[in-house]
Design a protein around this ligand. Structure first.
Ligand code: AKG
Ligand code: FE2
Length: 294
């Protein structure tokens, strides 16, 4: 407790936006102890305002990462159960590092634009990623602002889109996205059957509508002819991920990035495999996406 008081009085949290609307650094908070109510309110407000927030220079054990993550809600245990800490399966390792020829973590995941677990009935709410080893160049995690994407469309278009529903399917392009991995087993596929979500979802905390689409995960728009559906999905993702709507996080060890899957897409980017990259990851259980009132 003494330490908490000391670190809390030493500095007040502050915000350094990375751009106008997407991405902001929260400075002045040591996350090794769960934040007090006031600091957490500041953090949550920043997340709701900027969609992606990050903290630099943190020193967290997997337990401390899990403890902070729990402030946002109940933690998920990922349905792919490899590469978790055996005593703490809520924390997963992403890494290209091999020990005795075996990867210590998930390698090269998420290189397509996506919202975590969008292919589940209750997709992930918030994801936390904590950098342990980071290449000096490359390997950014990129984020797209899905509020801005929706708001950027003409009014008549928005009205049409908000009535549509999209099918998210984990298995849709799995083998194309992960050529190095064996195809999902029948059992794995059965765990994640295709699911229908509104194409435009309302964020319950901000009340703002966001596009909810990703071309490699959404197989089709319900009730729309195949070619038209594919063209629409591809067009919307391209529109949403235009460079001016992207925040690219350049990792340093000790960075903790928190993103809100309800209003952003993200993807991992390539890097030179001579560099080591290791991150710890947690995921907060979400809610069923909410459609706009028609
Ligand atoms: O490795 C990254 O930069 C991001 C990976 C990803 O998509 C995730 O952790 O959800
Ligand atoms: Fe992801």
């Amino acid at each position: 407790m003494a330490r908490q008081t000391a670190s809390r009085t030493a500095s007040f949290p502050s915000l350094r936006p990375a751009g106008e609307n997407l991405g902001a650094e929260v400075a002045g908070i040591d996350l090794s102890l769960p934040p007090d109510q006031q600091d957490f309110a500041f953090i949550l407000q920043a997340l709701h305002r900027y969609g992606v927030i990050f903290f630099r220079g943190q020193q967290l054990t997997p337990e401390q990462l899990a403890a902070f993550s729990r402030c946002f809600g109940e933690l998920d245990i990922h349905h792919m159960t490899e590469h978790v800490f055996p005593h703490l399966p809520q924390v997963r390792v992403l890494s290209n590092v091999k020990k005795d020829g075996v990867s210590i973590g998930i390698t090269r995941g998420g290189m397509h634009w996506h919202s975590d677990l969008s292919y589940k009935p209750q997709p992930a709410l918030v994801t936390l990623l904590y950098g342990i080893e980071c290449p000096p160049t490359g390997a950014d995690t990129q984020f797209a602002d899905m509020y801005a994407a929706f708001a950027g469309l003409p009014e008549a278009r928005r009205r049409k889109l908000q009535a549509l529903r999209a099918v998210h399917d984990r298995n849709f392009r799995y083998s194309a996205l992960y050529p190095g991995r064996p195809p999902l087993t029948a059992e794995q596929v059965a765990k994640v059957p295709p699911v229908e979500h509104p194409l435009v979802r309302v964020h319950p905390a901000t009340g703002r509508p966001a596009l909810f689409v990703a071309k490699d995960v959404v197989s089709h728009i319900v009730g729309m002819p195949e070619a038209e559906s594919r063209a629409l999905i591809d067009e919307l993702e391209a529109f949403a991920t235009r460079p001016d709507r992207i925040y690219s996080h350049k990792w340093r060890p000790g960075d903790l990035v928190v993103w809100d899957n309800r209003c952003t897409l993200h993807r991992a980017t390539p890097y030179d495999p001579q560099y080591r990259r290791t991150l710890y990851r947690t995921q907060v259980r979400g809610e069923a996406p909410i459609a706009m009132a028609s």
